[in-house]
Write a protein that binds this ligand. Structure first.
Ligand code: BGC
Length: 942
């Protein structure tokens, strides 16, 4: 079974059965005999607590002190009473709805266990005929440490032979919830959320549970399925960080997380306005510093938190934590790129207040964000709106003092913040009719309600990343935005997104959740692209700082392909970004005692930040990935100015580095030793197949670019001898192949590594924190698509039989520890006709963030996976391949769908692909007719 949740561990009392009343009656009998006070309230303290501890609760309540042996004697007596009382247990004592729920889980093949501190769990289950549902029963007799110690759940997981990562706990007591957390398991509280604040989610009725949502991501239900919206209907404290990411708005230049407008110190919110490229530094404390080790850790910083408005009505301040609300709803409108919110607040003095907010981060004016806060309160109420802009906001990933306020104008309209490298200007303006005053850092608006009161807040940010005139830029842009007004900004935003959906949407009929997941992915993918020459897209875009704002190969290999085939004009700046940090890459090559340029594996401004050098710096494939992106751009756009200029310079410097890194080995040829491929569980491997094939392609392409540069009469920065060396390296590149099995070995040693029982390895999570590196490096377990990725990216080099062999060999050894993995498996599975795998991996990709599949979306969206999502449909189901002999498609229709359709831009021609059960349709929408292949046949698209 491939679900994220594969075993469910239940507490017994209050979760599956109610033995509470028998415990109560047992204690009551004892207490009455002893003349102690005991009632429901005292009993509450005894719930979920072992026997002796329960007795202590009663003794404390009665201020009675007893020696230990007497306590034990009395606890045993109570137990005898309890056992006697249990004889009365009957079906009415089973938790309503739990039996159908257990049956559904059984049908899905989920393993189940009871993990109850009660020593009488087994007789209870037997008496009620429930024992048959459970593969294991762990009771108080089996453990030494009671909850909140994780022992009982860890034993439960072991008894059902499941890794804790794939277990989900149902608990009704706080100590049990804490025990589940301590066992690193997800936990659903059975009871009211106020009573179980630490549970991920709570239920009171098992019938509410959507089994697929539960098994997919350990949640009670999925969010409402809608074609163009993503909506939060329930306020769940433990889901705030998820929604902050899901509702994060960005334009690639800056982004703001979807926190509520009103402040509430009691709430664990993570507000962040992240400005692309603005980062802080902190020295690494290496225990033993080696040459080439990175000096500093760097991380994107939180800048001014501007999207705040506090509301008071007649002196009562609204608090999201405590306010009485008859409704609360937030919805991201993907069609227009606007976040909307609406709630009705019943104040303690009985006023009904309607609040509507709208927020946008403008894709048209990349310096601008705006929000509207509209209040409808009964006539005559005094409404005050306090707009806060917190200039210095702590960053979770770099909490030190990294940001200083260096300028503040009198009216508080323009401020300047300074970081280690940059200066950032933030400016704000308002529009509202009413009295206003400014008290230092906040603006206060006080109005008397007569109808609707609307506050529009405009925010501008610009930094030294935007050039010298950044302060004026912030001010001018702010002024312009204020002048056009909020409604016009919304209209512009809608027009921008309408254009994007025209150019890049994937329409899916047949499964609304798939449609929603795909659009949500495309939305976040598009809004991450800054389209500025000195900035790229980090692994989380600007939706969170989980990856500290670092840029990886994710951009070139996973995000850039969807952009190039939908809106190619957005791609050049991403390549310009690499050029802007080429000097840093040159410095890095020197630090690594190499030639040319080595781009840093993870970085904001070019300096290497990855301290796990074996799975960062060693991923030299990044260079060929950048080359792959340049080649793709070159082929699709024919932009010689870039390719033969900056592109060529980047390529030549990267070739210099990689050619120098390699060596010739007798019987093999040109080898790249001690590298790390995409599979980061390996270390210092020789001849990673992906790395070598990609390097060969880079050398060959660079040689061709060199010839074009010379033909154009430009003096290249490299000599003919150097270029000849790249040609030789390409011609003699060693690509591992195992004659015996017909497999492409991932590297020289992978096939000889220790085989692993994959049932013991958790899936969909990075296992590096769980296994000592010396053990991991020996294991035949793959983190993410590596050979499988190669079979897609350079599919033209492999036969179908080879692809089959490799897929069937590597997929079962892959734990998909990275979100970059399922998409590539879906694509290859589609090609090979493995329909179930193709669809399952597609769903994991498309629902990765919207379903919070890995439980870490709170840290930001998985940007590479967003691009991977586009690829699973276009390159996967539709089978699009852009091979040297031309563009081809091999479309299939997933069983769950009746139709899908998307546009493609290819070398200036735009056409639409539509796939239904009747076949595929290709329709030219603009540009020159195209010659393509569909299922191997020549087709003219006209
Ligand atoms: C993956 C890398 C990826 C990085 C950032 C890691 O877990 O293994 O391939 O570049 O995440 O997304």
């Amino acid at each position: 079974m491939q679900h994220q949740i594969r075993a469910v561990l239940f507490d017994l009392d209050g979760v599956v059965v109610f033995t509470d009343k028998y415990h109560y009656l047992g204690w009551k009998k004892l207490a009455d005999e002893k003349g102690w006070a005991f009632d429901e309230e005292v009993n509450h303290g005894c719930r979920g607590v072992p026997r002796l501890a329960s007795l202590q609760v009663i003794l404390d309540h009665n201020k009675v002190d007893l020696p230990q042996d007497e306590k034990e004697r009395l606890a045993d007596i109570k137990n005898e009473y309890y056992k006697e009382l249990l004889k009365q247990i009957n079906e009415d004592d089973i938790y309503p709805g739990v039996v159908p729920f257990l049956e559904k889980l059984k049908e899905e093949g989920v393993r189940m266990a009871i993990c109850s501190s009660s020593k009488n769990a087994m007789p209870v289950l037997d008496a009620l005929g429930l024992a048959k549902y459970f593969d294991a029963v762990i009771t108080g007799n089996d453990i030494e440490n009671p909850k909140p110690d994780p022992e009982i759940f860890l034993k439960g997981a072991a008894a059902v032979n499941m890794h804790p990562f794939h277990c989900l706990v149902f608990e009704d007591a706080e100590s049990g919830v804490d025990a589940a957390h301590a066992a690193h398991m997800k936990c659903i509280g059975v009871g009211e959320p106020q009573r179980l604040p630490n549970a991920h989610e709570c239920v009171t009725d098992y019938a509410q549970i959507d089994i697929q949502a539960l098994l997919d991501a350990g949640r009670v239900k999925t969010i409402p399925k809608e074609p163009w919206n993503v909506t939060e209907t329930d306020l769940k404290k433990n889901r705030f960080h998820y929604w902050e990411t899901a509702f994060a708005l960005s334009n690639g230049v800056f982004g703001v997380r979807g926190t509520f407008e009103e402040s509430d110190p009691g709430y664990d919110e993570y507000p962040a306005t992240l400005v692309n490229g603005i980062c802080g530094y902190e020295p690494y404390q290496h225990i033993w510093k080696m040459p080439g080790y990175p000096e500093d850790r760097h991380a994107i910083l939180n800048m001014a938190d501007w999207a705040n408005v506090d509301l008071s009505v007649d002196g009562e301040t609204f608090s999201i934590a405590t306010a009485k609300m008859s409704s609360h709803r937030r919805s991201l409108d993907l069609k227009r790129g606007i976040l909307e919110r609406e709630f009705v607040w019943e104040t303690t003095s009985g006023k009904t207040v309607l609040v509507k907010t709208e927020r946008l981060v403008s894709m048209v004016r990349r310096q601008i964000g705006a929000l509207r806060y509209a209040v409808t309160a009964p006539d005559g109420c005094e409404v005050s709106l306090r707009s806060r802009t917190r200039l210095v906001v702590p960053s979770a990933v770099m909490p030190g003092e990294q940001v200083r306020v260096t300028k503040m104008d009198e009216s508080f309209a323009l401020q300047e913040l300074t970081t280690a490298d940059d200066r950032v200007a933030v400016a704000q303006a308002y529009s509202l009719d009413g009295d206003k005053s400014c008290d230092g850092t906040d603006w206060l608006f006080v109005c008397n309600a007569s109808g609707k009161i609307t506050l529009d807040k405009f925010f501008a940010v610009a930094s030294t990343m935007d050039g010298d005139g950044f302060e004026a830029l912030a001010q001018d842009e702010l002024e312009a935005a204020r002048e056009v007004g909020f409604d016009k900004l919304c209209a512009e935003q809608s027009a921008f997104w309408a254009q994007y959906w025209n150019d890049g949407d994937i329409e899916i009929d047949g499964d609304l959740q798939d449609q929603q997941g795909v659009r949500f992915s495309l939305f976040h993918l598009r809004q991450g692209n800054p389209e500025r020459d000195n900035r790229s897209i980090s692994a989380n875009g600007l939706t969170g700082d989980g990856y500290s704002g670092h840029v990886f190969w994710d951009t070139e290999m996973y995000m850039l392909p969807p952009y190039i085939y939908t809106q190619p004009e957005t791609v050049r700046p991403l390549l310009e970004y690499r050029y802007s940090i080429l000097d840093k890459a040159r410095e890095r090559a020197v630090q690594m005692q190499g030639k040319g340029a080595l781009f840093s594996w993870n970085s904001v401004k070019g300096e290497e930040c990855g301290h796990v050098h074996e799975a960062s710096t060693a991923e030299y494939h990044l260079l060929s990935d950048i080359a792959y992106a340049i080649e793709l751009y070159d082929r699709m756009t024919g932009d010689d100015k870039f390719t033969l200029g900056k592109g060529a310079e980047i390529l030549f410097e990267m070739c210099r580095f990689l050619e120098d890194r390699g060596c010739y080995v007798d019987g093999k040829g040109f080898c790249l030793n001690v590298v790390c491929g995409p599979d980061e569980y390996g270390c210092g491997v020789n001849n990673n197949a992906y790395t070598n094939v990609m390097a060969r392609a880079m050398f060959n392409y660079s040689v061709a670019v060199y010839d074009r540069v010379v033909a154009a009469g430009v003096v290249p920065i490299v000599s003919a001898e150097e270029v000849a060396a790249w040609k030789k390296a390409a011609d003699e590149m060693f690509v591992p192949y195992d004659e015996k099995t017909g497999l492409t070995p991932q590297d020289d040693s992978f096939l000889d590594m220790d085989p692993v029982d994959m049932d013991l390895i958790p899936k969909n999570t990075d296992i590096r924190p769980m296994v000592h590196p010396l053990n991991l490096w020996r294991m035949q377990v793959v983190k993410q698509a590596d050979v499988v990725l190669l079979m897609y990216v350079h599919g033209e080099l492999f036969t179908k039989e080879q692809k089959e062999k490799n897929y069937l060999y590597y997929e079962p050894k892959t734990n998909h520890g990275s979100s970059l993995s399922p998409c590539m498996h879906s694509i290859l599975a589609s090609e090979l006709g493995y329909k179930e795998d193709a669809y399952r991996f597609f769903r994991q990709t498309a629902l990765m963030d919207i379903n919070d599949f890995k439980n870490n979306t709170g840290g930001g969206v998985h940007s590479a996976c967003l691009g991977g999502c586009w690829m699973t449909v276009v390159n996967g189901f539709a089978g699009m391949r852009d091979y040297p002999d031309g563009l081809q498609f091999n479309p299939v229709l997933p069983e769950a769908w009746t139709r899908y359709s998307f546009p493609i831009v290819y070398k200036g021609s735009r056409f639409r692909v539509t796939v239904t059960a009747d076949g595929a349709d290709f329709k030219l929408e603009s540009g020159e007719p195209l010659q393509i292949k569909v299922n191997g046949e020549d087709v003219r698209v006209s």
